[in-house]
Design a protein around this ligand. Sequence first.
Ligand code: NDP
Length: 263
Amino acid sequence: MNRYDYNGQVAVVTGGSSGIGLETVKLLLDCGAKVALCARNANRLESVHSVLCRDYGEERVLSRAFSVLDADATRGFAVEVEKRFERCDLLVNNAGQGRQSTFADTSDEDWRAEYELKIFSQVHPIRAFMPMLRAANGAIVAVNSLLAYQPEPHMVCTSSARAGVQNLLKSLSTEFAPDVRVNSILIGLVSSGQWTRRFAERQDQSISREEWYRALALRKGIPLGRLGDPQEAAHAIAFLGSRGASYITGAQIEVSGGLSRHI
Ligand code: NDP
């Protein structure tokens, strides 16, 4: 199901080696884009890179291992993308992870680390790719969480940092208009990296993946009765980044199976 035309366009996906990021990379390649991706773990990125080159051709893929919290490395990545692909039409800020902790067990260091991750995983790539995005009349799509609007006490610092990210994106959508559109998706529970890890650490190891996920969806009260697939998040990203969304900026799409309680 490839409904977005990315022919002649270049997309950058941070955190592109797993889960939502990887499915976004594949969907954008399927839709005709050239794609640059990054992640920290060089080994995992290298295996993903080999598969992508095999399936889509190495001239369409650029992969670099670094953390988006490293401003110099992020700038260097933008320079390489420009040298190799000469443009950037879409920046998908996806890199990151959630943090489970209540107020009682979140240290000052945890608060700083969480805010650094959430804010600078937006700031560094946006600053580095902005000149190319402006030149291309491009778009930014941030992958954020429903926790921004619907905080959970057991994820207190990630919820509050994510609310800050939504606020930041709204400001940027105004500051960058009309040149660059800025939108986000709000994830509920998608069965990728962090849930795979939590499943592996489950207390009762005899429970199957399907049973564990079904029970989780029931416990969370997800109206669609299941966790989302990373591909379903990728489709919302590809839509918001496409020319089909040309009159949408400062907006967000929930990819949560109906989990939100607000209207
Ligand atoms: P995954 O763990 O499957 O993928 C995360 C990706 O980000 C990996 O490629 C990881 O690679 C990369 N990454 C993490 N930190 C950095 C960093 N500092 N610099 C560069 N790359 C980084 O997670 P998901 O696909 O589940 O999550 C994608 C995004 O969606 C995340 O931002 C997450 O917080 C958000 N989200 C997901 C939810 C879910 O239910 N899945 C719910 C709410 C939000 P590496 O470790 O090698 O760096």
